[in-house]
Design a protein around this ligand. Structure first.
Ligand code: GLN
Length: 537
């Protein structure tokens, strides 16, 4: 194996949404299976420091890493495919780059020089790209560049790639993703957009080594040769990326196209190791051949944009497959759930998940949903705000405190059963200041969650400012809502359950961030199993 770290850059052309994240993750999976240590990094050209303050409608889910970074949802795909944790260093934004350069300027580190995009911004970008390589933990770093070639915002990133290819010609490689559209009227696949996209890259000094062409129809050898000839690559470096039924098929499609082999050859690395992907194929086999079907309602307020709940959706795919079960998700807008229509809205569901969230919109609908599933013995999983709503609902309708609430919504309510965390009281900035990242939690063995994990101490990721108010815990437990998971150091309640219900669990943490193809999440496995066991015909 080579001594120096290899860098693979993935750029996109023609249009967004071609699946750069999935191609990056699939290639990484194939290289990982062969025994290489690989990680993936996302460079996002927007000026926000991170997506933590972005509305999910803008950007989909905000993913959270163990070390508390609020990141692009592509990092979720990287972890789900590779089964390896990502970190702060895996997501860089233009905001972070500029903030760091401006801080250095204020400290006088540029010694009176004029600070410019080239070299100061590009140096900072190159440093961030090489940070993971220098950690010594990885042989190959795949860097996905957000946006589309030609965007003004992407230019400094592409320029950094050009410089790195010039500085380390043997260690860098560029994969460019394009679209090969099918024109129905002409009955033909068209290569021109790909040609133009490669020309745009060439204009900024970057010759791609490999082209991955997204297409709805197979690319025959004539098309491949044509693209190769116009774009200065070998026909074997023209890789077809055909639409797949599931994102989890893509590693196998890329394997058939020999993407990994072409990459290794270009990087002068041996094409050794496992190409069987037995575990991955085992998962796909189960995914494609379910023995049961369950319907689970996902109640949230951002459901118009399904990417807002990406990790939850993928966790159900993993947990469903391992339970030999197809989980059909029914998307329910929390805004519209009233006590009058809740029965109709939840009709036929075998389980209900109430989603995380912020702010007052949709809260009433979430509480009405929880009252119905609690009273009708429907399996329930509440995540973060979903758990907090379960606590409020129980306080109001079982304990009898009609005015109970979370202080996020009603600051001065007389039964603040969910309250702002003490260390959040003086927080003024919104960005990066929540309780973020992994914390330990101690589980009661004799509980649904204890059974699910079969482990006493677990570690899960958090993203919140409010928490269960421990002043009321005794009263909750007296009435039958038990704290079955607590932070071992602070005593914060992280899990609540109703032992007198077939399966009712609320977690302050986000289990969905840790489910992967090869390590489906125990809580989702148990929830799907409960939905199968309690199936309503
Ligand atoms: N808004 C709640 C809090 O900040 C819940 C957050 C969440 O669901 N991620 O505590």
């Amino acid at each position: 194996m080579s001594n120096s770290t290899k860098y693979i850059f993935v750029t996109g052309g023609v249009t967004s949404s071609l699946g750069k994240g999935i191609i990056s993750a699939s290639l990484a999976k194939l290289l990982q299976a062969r025994g290489y240590t690989v990680t993936i990094q996302k460079l996002d050209p927007y000026i926000n420091i991170d997506p933590g303050t972005l509305n999910p409608y803008e950007h989909g889910e905000c993913y959270v890493t163990n070390d508390g970074a609020e990141t692009d949802l592509d990092l979720g795909h990287y972890e789900r495919f590779l089964n390896v944790n990502t970190s702060q260093a895996n997501n860089v934004t233009t905001g972070k780059i500029y903030q760091s350069v401006i801080d250095k300027e204020r400290r006088g580190e540029f010694l009176g020089k004029t600070v410019q995009v080239i070299p100061h911004i590009t140096d900072e970008i190159k440093e961030r790209i090489q940070l993971l390589g220098k950690s010594g933990d990885f042989e190959i770093i795949i860097t996905e560049i957000g946006g589309t070639v030609g965007d003004i915002e992407s230019l400094p990133y592409i320029e950094s790639v050009r410089q790195m290819m010039w500085e380390f010609p043997d260690d860098c490689l560029v994969i460019h993703l394009t679209l090969v559209p099918f024109l129905a009227a002409a009955g033909e696949l068209k290569t021109k957009p790909t040609q133009h996209s490669v020309k745009s890259l060439l204009e900024v000094g970057v010759q791609p080594d490999i082209l991955v062409c997204r297409t709805e129809h197979h690319l025959d050898s004539t098309i491949r040769k044509k693209i190769a000839q116009f774009c200065n690559v070998k026909p074997t470096a023209v890789i077809e990326s055909i639409d797949a039924a599931s994102i989890y098929e893509v590693p196998l499609l890329m394997q058939q196209e020999e993407l990994d082999k072409v990459v290794l050859q270009k990087l002068d690395l041996p094409a050794i190791g496992d190409t069987e992907l037995a575990e991955w194929k085992g998962f796909l086999e189960k995914l494609k051949n379910p023995k049961h079907i369950v319907k689970i309602g996902l109640v949230g307020k951002y459901i118009e944009l399904k990417d807002s709940y990406k990790s939850i959706v993928e966790s159900f795919i993993h947990a469903g497959a391992y339970n030999d079960c197809l989980v059909e998700l029914e998307w329910i807008h929390s805004d519209g759930v009233t006590l009058a229509n809740v029965e109709e809205k939840l009709a036929g569901l075998d389980g209900v998940l109430v989603a995380p969230g912020f702010g007052s919109r949709g809260i009433k609908g979430k509480i009405n949903t929880i009252q119905y599933v609690r009273e009708n013995n429907i399996p329930f999983l509440g995540i973060c705000l979903g758990m907090q709503c379960a606590v409020v609902e129980f306080a109001r309708n079982v304990i009898g405190w009609k005015d109970a609430h979370t202080t996020e919504i009603e600051k001065d309510c007389s039964h603040p059963v969910i309250n702002i965390m003490a260390d959040q009281l003086n927080v003024e900035d919104y960005g990066g200041t929540m309780r973020l990242g992994a914390y330990k939690c101690q589980l009661k063995a004799d509980s649904k969650i204890g059974e699910a994990y079969n482990q006493e101490i677990i570690s899960e990721r958090h993203r919140h400012r409010y928490e269960f108010n421990n002043e009321y815990l005794a009263e909750f437990e007296k009435h039958g809502m038990m704290a079955t998971g607590k932070n071992p150091e602070t005593g914060l309640v992280e899990v609540v359950e109703l032992p007198n219900h077939p399966w009712f669990v609320g977690t302050q943490f986000h289990p969905e961030y840790k489910s992967t193809v090869e390590r489906p999440h125990p809580l989702f496995l148990a929830f799907v199993k409960a939905a199968i066991d309690n199936k309503r015909d």
